[in-house]
Design a protein around this ligand. Structure first.
Ligand code: ADP
Ligand code: MG
Ligand code: ZN
Length: 611
């Protein structure tokens, strides 16, 4: 068997993704390797495929238990013998794994780096034939990276104790040149094959919004995405609690995750999300690297993260299945204050000498500034990110908030005329001015007591802007005020017409506004239409999802472990009728075909019969 048939037979893919082939071939030829690929780029296959072809076992070093578990479950479902070794296992469990290792029952063994430092484990490993040591999330080795993990630094020592040096391969999604050099040096990689694939994730839509009220902006974003799975990141634990409570108050099924919750509850909540029992996860960045869920369709940042690497990594958890997904950041000036506070009070690098700690903080603040600039730029957002990672790109991506025109000037002359005329008519009728709140009420056709008592519901401008949301109207008012068409009289806070308003009302003067309005109000022109199957297959897709859910429930695994959304979409498009045709579906390997083929084929047959 060669790497191509392993790719097809076990993982069900017909083609390597960019970078994968070079790394796999390099490793198979006995070379060390360094793979830099974005989140969702397919780094796992780069060591999983060699693991199936090399004579000895592959040791995978991974920073988080949840990450390891997910991979072991996915591998097992694909028919690849794999296990993990960690501190949460019972004595019996770990004995079973150890005896499996001695029997050479596994192709891959996942461990946390700390495990390598245990003498008993090191002894066990010294007696094994280890072909490959794969270091996942390798940026944890660098204190310049954002997830520094001291025990990563000692991986090289462990490798040195082995009787025969295995191939060492390192993988990460975040690598500035400095982090890359750190990885090579600290893992003592010997002339590694390197691939740095593009960092671009074309299926992700990026946007930054600066809403006046984040919670209502969030609620409307979630309303547009009902039934989809997504993550809402907050900067602090209390932020998570607040947002989580707000979502629950609105009947949105949400789970929460932060380091302040008991381990047991965190696990439960993560499962609820992973198994699609709760569509939304509200979390701090503690919920992160461990998440390998492929059908996350949006990541909303309720607060700005500390740096662009973290942002791109967190946002990148959306759309791993290749389907269109949204990455939206809700920015406010307060986020900068919070981020600065977190940087100043961070315990990172606590074991370093003071001068180096100082240096660490200085870099953190520099990185923060780059993040802030991202939130304020009026350039293409994807372009901004790719520039940071040193990658070429076209000037406009056409799939971000900027390119889709958030910052284009919209003509709002008609709306301005309505608003100004309402301000004028209210004053003409009452003989005095009122506050902006009441003007908004009148324009939106509000039915409150004051409007009626004052007889404002009889004005011709009453209800003229019923279709415009409160937020939008407020934004328009801000714009008119910034341009001097209206002003707020300081003593009574009433809204008055400025001298220049006459130009708009009577002389045809045009008013424009940077169109910050679009994001909260209208559903974004989503790209998903390109990725998802033609509408005729929607019904079939729903049927296939039902089959998947049934199987997932029976086997007690998350749905995407059975088949990804992308696989189901391909299945719905191809409508296979035989096992051979079923095997052609992207993501269907031998074991899954044998295990699940019949259930899906009969669902497809039944669907075709009926339609
Ligand atoms: P990373 O670790 O780089 O973030 P993963 O290894 O978790 O990414 O892979 C992300 C997704 O891409 C998985 O759902 C995987 O099945 C899919 N994938 C990986 N390689 C391929 C390929 N060659 N063809 C199609 N899908 C792939
Ligand atoms: Mg990975
Ligand atoms: Zn763009």
């Amino acid at each position: 068997m060669d790497q191509y048939s392993v790719l097809k037979q076990y993982f069900g893919h017909t083609q390597f993704r960019p970078g994968q082939e070079t790394l796999v071939n390099g490793i198979l030829a006995g070379r060390d390797a360094l793979g830099i690929m974005p989140t969702g780029g397919g780094k796992s296959l780069c060591y999983q495929i060699p693991a199936l072809l090399l004579p000895g076992i592959t040791l995978v070093i991974s920073p988080l238990i949840s990450l390891m578990k997910d991979q072991v479950v996915a591998l097992t479902a694909a028919g690849v013998p794999a296990a993990l070794c960690n501190s949460s296992q019972s004595l019996e469990e770990s004995q079973a794994v150890w005896s499996g290792i001695r029997r050479r029952a596994y192709r891959l063994l996942y461990v946390a780096p700390e495990r390598l430092e245990r003498p008993r484990f090191a002894d066990l490993m010294a007696g094994q034939d280890i072909s490959l040591v794969a270091v996942d999330e390798a940026h944890c080795i660098s204190q310049w990276g954002q997830d520094f993990r001291p025990s990563y630094v000692r991986i090289a020592d462990f490798v040195n104790t082995l009787p025969r040096r295995p191939v060492v391969a390192a993988f990460t999604a975040t690598a500035t040149a400095q982090v890359q050099e750190d990885i090579v040096r600290r893992l003592a990689l010997e002339d590694p094959v390197r691939t740095v694939t593009g960092f671009d994730r074309p299926n992700l839509f990026f946007d930054v919004q600066k809403p006046r009220r984040k919670d209502s902006a969030l609620l409307s974003l979630l309303a547009q995405r009902r039934g989809r799975s997504g993550i809402v990141y907050c900067a602090t634990r209390s932020g998570v609690e607040k947002v989580w409570a707000a979502l629950n108050g609105q009947g949105i099924p949400a789970a929460r995750y932060h380091a302040g919750l008991p381990e047991e509850e965190r696990r439960q909540n993560q499962d609820d999300f992973q198994f699609d029992r709760k569509a939304v996860m509200v979390a701090t960045n503690a919920f992160g690297m461990g998440i390998d869920k492929s059908n996350v369709s949006f990541v909303i940042h309720y607060n700005m993260p500390k740096n662009l690497e973290s942002y791109y990594q967190e946002a990148g958890r959306a759309g791993r299945d290749g389907e269109a997904a949204d990455c939206i950041l809700l920015y406010s000036g307060g986020d900068v204050t919070t981020a600065k506070y977190l940087i100043q009070h961070s315990a990172d690098g606590g074991e370093l000498p003071p001068s180096e700690q100082e240096e660490l903080r200085r870099r953190d603040l520099e990185r923060l500034q780059i993040m802030v600039d991202y939130c304020k730029t009026n350039r293409c957002l994807r372009g901004y990110i790719l520039d940071y990672f040193g990658q070429d790109h076209p000037e406009r991506c056409e799939n971000c908030g900027t390119c889709q025109g958030v910052f284009t000037e919209a003509d709002v002359t008609v709306q301005a005329q309505m608003i100004l005329s309402c301000v004028k008519r209210v004053r003409d009728k009452l003989g005095y001015s009122v506050g902006a709140g009441l003007i908004v009420q009148v324009l939106r056709g509000g039915k409150n007591q004051r409007v009626r008592e004052l007889g404002l519901d009889a004005l011709p401008t009453y209800g003229l802007m019923r279709e415009t949301s409160q937020e939008q109207l407020r934004a328009l008012l801000d714009c008119l005020s910034a341009k001097g068409y209206v002003f707020t009289e300081p003593v009574h806070s009433t809204l008055r017409l400025g001298a220049s308003a006459a130009g708009v009302l009577f002389h045809g003067e045009r008013v424009t506004m940077l169109s910050q309005l679009r994001p909260q109000e209208e559903p974004l022109p989503r790209q998903e239409d390109k990725a998802s199957p033609p509408p005729a297959d929607e019904g079939l897709l729903t049927a296939l999802k039902a089959v998947r859910n049934r199987i997932a429930q029976r086997e007690n695994v998350p749905g995407y472990i059975v088949f990804s959304n992308a696989a189901l979409a391909d299945m719905a498009a191809r409508r296979p009728r035989t096992i051979d045709q079923f095997l052609e579906v992207s993501g269907v390997g031998q074991v899954k075909a044998a295990r699940y083929g019949e259930a899906f084929l009969s669902a497809i047959a039944a669907y075709i019969e009926k339609h």
